[in-house]
Design a protein around this ligand. Structure first.
Ligand SMILES: [Zn+2]
Length: 269
């Protein structure tokens, strides 16, 4: 077996080693000005997305994509992501966690800390689902063809999932179908307000090309200003909230969240 030790291969490896070192070292630091709402601990800072800002594809800057805060991404104590922390803050402030109590919840691509938060709210059912399950308590579910009966759930959560799904209209139709009338959907996804219409091209299939076009190598589209129309076309009414109004008392630098990321909350009409 040959090992390629060229600079282009060793640099990402060195960055991972450095990120691992910083993560372990920073766990030793007792406190700091930043507060994580997932582990309820303070730290001196939040860590950037693995690989650092130089690894962020240029399209994210050039199209001013709103999504994760990649510079303040990970909690050094518990490794929660900024999008988990932000979602928890939105849910607590807008009392969506009270909706979860005794509710039937379908939770796609469940991130560790947000799954803990949902479970703590006391749902009567909490189905964790993924097309490619990575744990025994996660069911294999294809968002495009679910086996659940109509109106099976009170809440569907898909935190940064739709940008990975080949046919989002079909996915939204299925989410709408399995929700009860008046049921809720949390549909976080990155988008660019500089795009008038969502950009997707079925001809873009390689990982390199997807990263170049959409900002991540496993995304299949980049949503634009029409994102709300697309959700409305599937029968959802917007209950979208924004950080500057819903979370006006939350300092994004302290809590490690992206203040530009809206809370994509929708309700089945
Ligand atoms: Zn934490």
């Amino acid at each position: 077996m040959s090992v390629d030790l060229s600079i282009s291969n060793t640099l990402p490896f060195a960055k991972r080693i450095w990120a691992s070192f910083v993560r372990r070292y920073s766990r030793l630091v007792l406190s700091g000005p930043c507060h994580c709402v997932c582990c309820n601990q303070n730290s001196p800072f939040f860590l950037p997305f693995t690989g650092g800002t130089s690894a962020i594809p240029p399209v994210n800057y050039k199209l001013d994509v709103v999504g994760s805060d990649l510079r303040h991404y990970s909690c050094p104590k518990c490794e929660s992501s900024d999008r988990e922390r932000h979602l928890k803050l939105y849910c607590q402030k807008l009392e969506v966690d009270r909706l979860m109590a005794s509710a039937r919840v379908l939770h796609f691509a469940p991130e560790r800390w947000f799954a803990v938060f949902v479970a703590a709210a006391g749902p009567s059912e909490h189905i964790k689902a993924d097309l490619y399950p990575v744990a025994a308590d996660i069911q294999k579910v294809d968002m495009l063809a679910m086996s659940f009966p109509n109106a099976s759930f009170d809440l569907v959560i898909a935190n940064h999932v739709l940008e990975h799904v080949a046919d989002d209209a079909q996915a939204l139709s299925e989410i709408h179908r399995v929700l009860r009338p008046g049921g809720w959907a949390i549909l976080q996804t990155p988008y660019s307000a500089m795009l008038q219409t969502t950009f997707e091209d079925a001809g873009i299939v390689s990982r390199d090309a997807r990263e170049h076009a959409y900002g991540q190598d496993d995304h299949v589209r980049l949503y634009g200003q029409d994102i709300f129309d697309r959700f409305a076309a599937a029968g959802f009414e917007s209950r979208v909230a924004r950080h500057e109004t819903a979370l006006i008392d939350i300092d994004p630098a302290v809590y490690g969240v992206n203040p530009r990321e809206p809370f994509f909350l929708f309700q089945r009409a």
